[in-house]
Ligand binder design. Structure first.
Ligand code: ATP
Length: 632
């Protein structure tokens, strides 16, 4: 991404960034050229027709075949028309003349019927194919996106790429139908051009002269539109985000009570104004191009009919032939216009499909690598040695020289000020990020060498911002382990663990209640109720390493005490438990407490050892104890 900040934006800080997707790729400028695109056309067609074949099998050959034969029917109509006109204009009108022309007229009608039927078959097949290609392209993108490294998912350039690729996935269907249209246009054009060449070759270049200016204009406009869309992709994402914030239920309360709506709307209008100015600029440019190309095409048309008139007057071309020539020129220009539109569509939509392809390729390149090494049993010990980690694009490391150990049957707690690195360390333990320096070993095996999917299989995580899935209560818990069919016994235990059973008992439809207020029949849960569902989900996952990041922040005191008891019970049941929390009262039972400060471990030991040390932990503990009226 190349920022061309248009100055600091009052809402988005560093300014509305115009992005230039091409700057990331080699041969950036050349990518946009029409001829470059034309050269790439075979590859592009291979990709999209490959998608179409995979998505629709026989639908594609049917669509292509129908259009090709329709082209042949056009030639038949022209030849038969010429033959009918030759008969009809060979002498003064008479009944005999009409009878003599009947066979040719029958061919004209038969050709017309054939063409109509085939065109309908072709368009039905294309109509069927389009949504399948859509799905195939979109699913391919999503498949790759879910496997991408978490760090890359948070990269703004990748997010821009994904936004462009979603547009590109939709363009794949256009490319497919443009390709089929192109075939039909070529077939029709060959028919008209062939007939015209046979009748009078001078008229063939004229046919091209009438259509080429609009071809040039269409390509020019498409290119400008595409460039603009690419450069303003981030602005469009920001506009979408503002619209979502204004309309989604989760921000509706603050939007009202803080009267944020007006503020957001004003900013939406301001940013939409920028987008509109860009649209107006594009529309003006397009109008100028169209005016110019229409003028040139008009002159070419005048010249064409002028030449035809001269040929007619000079007797070079008989009247019957002139009639067919007019028909052939009309058919030819219609097909040429269609050819131009489809090539232009292929060019414009092809640029978007390239985005889709590039994003798929980038997602594939940035995917979590598949490793051979697997964990054949739950880890007995996880060791972290000299670990450092810096988030992509961050200047300061989030973790520096961290050493720690986690064993099965142990509870390890991370405490420390906001931003000290607790969550980051927990995520590295879970394998969500890989170390920038140092190593994390599971039973001696570095996490960088273990297959990540396999590693995730051994981890359950209750993140601070765990997902509130807009699905039923049952799915919200069983989604913790989707590789097996839902297990009612396990669900019951999990609900007990997180005290979600009490929540579900009060729902209208029990486990089948939809937990999304914005859908019909859906209901809303309180923050604490959601937290219970999240805890139940982690328990349902039944993993040997369980990470709780602020698991009880929203729970009432009684639920909090009970849940902590159950969390401690997990360690007793042979699991390794990581607890990230600010509730120091609840870490007293931890086997080891690690105190973090600015990404470093500054103290470690049991509660008693740290109290005896009388440093940060002891001070924080006493502070909280005073607050809560605890004495020890
Ligand atoms: N996705 C991210 N990208 C860039 N920086 C991040 C990201 N997540 C966290 N950070 C930064 O890393 C540092 C450590 O954050 P972390 O979330 O680990 O702190 P924490 O100790 O868990 O804080 P809290 O108690 O507030 O939850 C902070 O400076 C934070 O700004």
């Amino acid at each position: 991404m190349r920022p061309h900040g248009t100055g600091d934006d009052p809402l988005f800080g560093s300014g509305i960034r115009l992005t230039d997707g091409f700057a990331q790729h080699e041969g950036a400028a050349a990518d946009l050229g029409f001829w470059t695109m034309l050269r790439r056309l075979p590859n592009l067609l291979r990709i999209t027709l490959g998608l179409a074949w995979a998505a629709g099998r026989w639908t594609l050959p049917v669509a292509v075949g129908a259009n090709l034969v329709a082209g042949a029917a056009t030639a038949l109509i022209l030849v038969a028309t010429n033959s009918a006109l030759s008969v009809l204009l060979s002498a003064p009108p008479s009944k005999e003349l009409l009878v003599a022309a009947v066979p040719s007229l029958v061919w004209v009608i038969a050709g017309g019927v054939l063409r109509s039927v085939l065109t309908s078959v072709g368009s039905a097949a294309s109509g069927r194919l389009a949504p399948r290609v859509d799905r195939a392209a979109y699913v391919r993108l999503l498949e790759r996106a879910v496997a991408v490294e978490l760090a890359v998912m948070q990269d703004p350039t990748f997010n821009n790429d994904l936004a462009a690729a979603r547009r590109g996935a939709l363009a794949a269907r256009q490319v497919t139908s443009n390709a089929i249209d192109l075939l039909e246009a070529i077939a029709g054009l060959l028919a008209a051009g062939g007939v015209l060449t046979v009748l009078h070759p001078t008229l063939l270049p004229m046919l091209l002269a009438v259509s080429l200016p609009s071809a040039w204009g269409a390509v020019r406009t498409a290119r400008a539109r595409f460039l603009s869309m690419k450069r303003w992709v981030e602005l469009n994402r920001q506009l979408d985000m503002l619209a979502t914030l204004l309309t989604q239920p989760s921000s509706a309360e603050e939007v009202r009570v803080h009267r944020t709506g007006g503020f957001l709307l004003a900013n939406y209008r301001r940013l939409a104004g920028l987008a509109e100015a860009e649209q107006a600029r594009l529309a003006d440019a397009q109008a100028r191009t169209t005016l110019f190309t229409d003028g040139v095409a008009g002159l070419a048309k005048v010249a064409t009919y002028g030449v035809l008139g001269l040929l007619l007057v000079s007797g070079t071309v008989p009247l019957a032939v002139a009639g067919t020539v007019v028909l052939a020129i009309q058919t030819g220009t219609r097909h040429l216009a269609r050819l131009v539109t489809s090539v232009n569509g292929l060019y414009e939509q092809g640029l978007f499909v390239q985005d889709w392809q590039r994003a798929c390729e980038r997602a594939e390149a940035e995917a979590m690598p598949v490793r051979r090494r697997r964990l054949n049993r739950p880890p007995a010990v996880i060791t972290v040695s000299n670990l450092s980690f810096t988030y992509p694009n961050a200047k300061q490391p989030a973790l520096t020289e961290v050493d720690m150990t986690l064993r099965t049957g142990e509870i390890v707690a991370f405490v420390g000020a906001n931003g000290s690195g607790k969550t980051t360390l927990a995520k590295l333990l879970a394998g969500l990020y890989l170390p920038s320096g140092g190593v994390i070993r599971w039973d001696g095996m570095p996490t960088t060498e273990v297959d990540r999917q396999h590693l995730f299989d051994h981890v359950a995580l209750v993140a601070q911002d765990f997902v509130q899935w807009p699905f039923t209560a049952r799915v919200n818990v069983t989604i913790g382990r989707t590789t097996h069919p839902p297990d009612p016994t396990r669900l019951r235990h999990a609900a007990w663990f997180g005290r979600a059973d009490e929540v579900v008992a009060r729902l209208d439809h029990g486990w089948d209640t939809l937990l999304a207020r914005e859908f019909w029949g859906g209901t809303a849960l309180s923050g604490g109720q959601w937290q219970r569902m999240g805890l139940a989900r982690a328990h349902y996952r039944n993993a040997p390493v369980v990470i709780f990041d602020e698991p009880t922040a929203a729970l009432d005191p009684r639920a909090e005490v009970e849940v902590f008891d159950r969390v401690c019970g997990l360690a007793g049941a042979g699991r390794a438990v990581v607890l990230v929390t600010h509730r120091l009262a609840s870490v007293r039972r931890a086997d080891r407490v690690y105190v973090l400060d600015q990404g470093r471990i500054v103290e470690q030991g049991t509660h008693e050892q740290l109290m005896a040390l009388d440093r940060t932990y002891a001070q924080l503990f006493r502070l909280q104890a005073e607050q809560h009226g605890l004495t020890r």
